[in-house]
Ligand binder design. Structure first.
Ligand code: 5AD
Ligand code: SF4
Length: 520
């Protein structure tokens, strides 16, 4: 906290009526995905965009009400739980009704341009609300706050408060500044902050699957990506606090945790805050690596499933694959973004691997973990991408046989290496056509993947009702494929063996069996 410095921007022209109880509005925004394959809930979940975060608070009655709306990747949703937890300790309660909020916070995403447009549109709704209730406090958090900083206060005149991803402990003081009639901003990035000691009490989850942030920031500097600028330098969280959070979750009934980081394979903890480049040889050999962390979390209980996201082809080592292969409760599923199938495009993207190196990583997965599901991220129409290079992406997709993919049109982001060094020269209609070809290819591959699974019996963790009928439950197998089956007397949080007898292009349909051993 001592290291956090506040910038108070005094705008004499915008002062709020001190007699009115101010309202706190938190809004967290992200980019909509061009394409999402539903089984994978770890990345951008279109259905969750704009969801309000609700957590348990010790306060009630006259407490100030916080409406916190989140957008973007799962990391942002986890951050919103941290934000809500910090403010609930300060006397707030969370609400799902923006009309009763004293404070509205939007937790935003900046990864593609359409993510930001969405936030700006949403701010128009709050503008109307603020006209009726001038005491309402409106704050912007997350990546868009970090990218635009004080520009946001000038551009979006109704915003009272701006806080970047490393400034959430400072929110109570930022809100007091707004209470005092000032605008408040803290967008300082930290080399230490991991929020390790903040364990949010989740109220609105299904009580079965939870997410745990294990690190923050990213040091990779992929040329298209704004994340290193908005989330700062990479730092890993103390493994003890991660294991404790997993244990607490297991003891309160959760049966699956997903360990989250921009690049989990690069996780290394050697006592706090240190950057891995400056660790001495001795510090490195005593440090906890990602594969060691995975095993530590898996040991919490054989009944606790462990997943993780996101892996990076340049950092994923075989010890991680061996940890998955030798621990039954670490799921057989890896999200390994490739972005492009062309070595030349990958070089311009500064991804640090070639098509051949990526293929070698896939071969290692398939050898060490047979039946491991693999998903990816792909960008269509990056600067200078030729038709041939686009075709290399399609052929690589087919060679890998991805189970799922998240696919995007390239969106130029201000300040990135790509924006500074290359021309965004692929025509919009060409980007759209290439994206459509990528989506079509993935639909074929996803349908094939589901068909291949059909007929097998899987151990499925029940998460809740199927989307279509309350007579059916929905859960996932180790490979992250969604299975739907008659609910009988089972309960969410239980494991069942499901014989998959049918399928749609995205879902396995089956029934619980007792006389067959699951393949996984
Ligand atoms: N344009 C399009 N897609 C992007 N991604 C990141 N930055 C951009 C951008 N500027 C995609 C990448 C990344 C995923 C989270 O978002 O595929 O893996
Ligand atoms: Fe962005 Fe690359 Fe870091 Fe992923 S690994 S967050 S794409 S810079």
């Amino acid at each position: 906290m001592g290291k956090v410095k506040n910038y108070i921007l005094k705008h004499a022209s915008v002062r709020f009526n001190d007699n009115l109880s101010p309202a706190l509005l938190i809004v967290n925004f992200t980019a909509p995905m061009e394409m999402k394959f539903d089984q994978n809930k770890n990345m951008l979940d279109e259905e969750r965009q704009g969801e309000a975060t609700l957590i348990k608070s010790n306060y009630s009655g006259n407490s100030r009400k916080l409406y916190l709306e989140s957008y973007g990747c799962q990391m942002n949703f986890s951050d919103s739980e941290i934000v809500a937890s910090i403010l609930c300790d300060e006397g707030f309660t969370t609400t799902a009704n923006q009309l009763e909020a004293d404070v509205v916070l939007l937790n935003t995403c900046a990864i593609r341009e359409n993510a930001e447009s969405r936030v700006r549109q949403r701010l128009q709704d709050f503008k109307k609300e603020k006209k009726n209730r001038p005491g309402l406090i409106i704050g912007l958090l997350g990546c868009m706050a970090e990218r635009l900083k004080e520009k946001l206060l000038e551009e979006e005149k109704l915003v009272d408060l701006i806080a970047g991803p490393d400034a959430y402990r400072d929110l109570p003081s930022l809100i007091s500044q707004v209470d005092g009639g000032q605008k408040a901003i803290n967008v300082l990035l930290s080399r230490e902050e991991t929020y390790a000691d903040i364990n949010p009490v989740r109220l609105d989850s299904n009580g079965v699957v939870a997410y745990i942030s294990i690190m923050r920031g990213c040091d990779n500097m992929c040329s298209f990506c704004v994340v290193p600028f908005t989330r700062g330098r990479e730092r890993s969280r103390d493994p003890e606090s991660i294991v404790k959070e997993a244990t607490d979750l297991f003891n309160s009934g959760y049966r699956e945790v997903t360990l989250l980081g921009q690049n989990v394979d690069s996780y290394i903890y050697a006592g706090g805050g240190l950057k891995k480049e400056i660790l001495t040889y001795e510090q490195k050999s005593n440090a906890t690596s990602f594969s060691e962390l995975l095993v530590m979390v898996a040991k919490v209980s054989p009944e606790l499933r462990v997943r993780f996201s996101t892996s990076n082809p340049r950092d994923m080592t075989d010890d991680v694959l061996h940890a998955i292969a030798s621990n039954q409760n670490i799921c057989n599923y890896i999200h390994l973004p490739v972005q492009s199938g062309s070595t030349n495009v990958l070089k311009n993207m500064n991804r640090g691997y070639s098509r051949g190196v990526y293929m070698d990583r896939i071969k290692a997965i398939q050898t060490i973990i047979p039946d491991c599901a693999i998903s990816t991220d792909l960008i269509a129409g990056f600067c200078g991408e030729t038709e041939e290079e686009h075709k290399e992406t399609l052929s690589l997709m087919e060679w890998v046989g991805y189970d799922f993919a998240y696919t995007f049109k390239y969106s130029e982001r201000p300040g990135t290496q790509a924006q500074r060094n290359y021309k965004d020269d692929i025509l919009p209609e060409v980007k759209s056509r290439r994206l459509a070809e990528i989506i079509k290819m993935q639909q074929k591959l996803s349908a094939l993947s589901i068909k291949k699974m059909k007929g097998n019996t899987y151990r499925v963790l029940i998460e809740g009702f199927s989307k279509k009928s309350d007579d059916y439950f929905r859960g996932r197998n180790s490979q992250n494929a969604v299975c739907v089956f008659p609910k009988e007397d089972y309960k969410p949080g239980e494991y069942v063996n499901v014989l998959t007898e049918d399928c749609t292009p995205a879902t396995l349909i089956g029934r619980v069996v007792h006389d067959q051993q699951p393949v996984y």
